[in-house]
Design a protein around this ligand. Sequence first.
Ligand SMILES: [Zn+2]
Length: 260
Amino acid sequence: MDVKGYSMMDIAPTVSAVLGLPPPAQAKGSPIQEIVVDFSNRKRVAILVPDALGMFAWNLWKHKMPYLESLHNDRSIVLRSVMPSVTPVNFATIVTGTDVQGHGVRVYTGSFSCETLFDVLRKANRKSAGVGLDDHTGCELMGKNADICGNAGEGSDDDVADKVIEIVDSDRPDFLIAQFVRVDYTFHKYGPSSSSVVPMLIGTDERIRKLVDHLGPLGYGIIIMSDHGQHDLPIASPEGKKGDHGTDTPEDRLVPCTWT
Ligand SMILES: [Zn+2]
């Protein structure tokens, strides 16, 4: 398979192009033409983010995720996260098209120092939503800056999926981004190459299929990508972590992206 490389900063300009809107003012990336062409008949865009599912884990376990693998067999690119390869920084990049120097967000309680996709949509009288667990990036950083904040409580990624469905059914936002953070938690706990992560990945695959089946008929172009990857820790950290991220390595920075 021919796999092309792109930047995390290309996503915001891509979403803008699909929606027929200008990119966020400080965006440094460029629209990904393959996505823009495929989504030419889509009115809305949803980004589903299995947190920390990088190329390293994907290449090890994609055979356990037959639905997501089938999407990648049709359309697949690799995105390079910005540094540091952590969640709030890269989610902020997804919705601004710029790096940490440009958007100023380092923690999930941070504030944007530049224009976001949420602002661009608002100016055009169009609606956006951010969804995730309570006190996490999807709800706190995305939801609270969007028009609709989807707070899925303290539960599971299934709760996040249910909240996404509830929001698209009631409000039909033009842009939605959702964080599935239990993927990241599970990789931290066992290490991304441990077979103990497989049950979680099977559940993630089924959840993605369910969401695509629901969102597709509502006119959404759906992008499935991660914010960063993870690497195995040779020795468990003092807190008991066996996987981690944040470094400038392919394991932490390269993530798969597909769309349907
Ligand atoms: Zn993490």
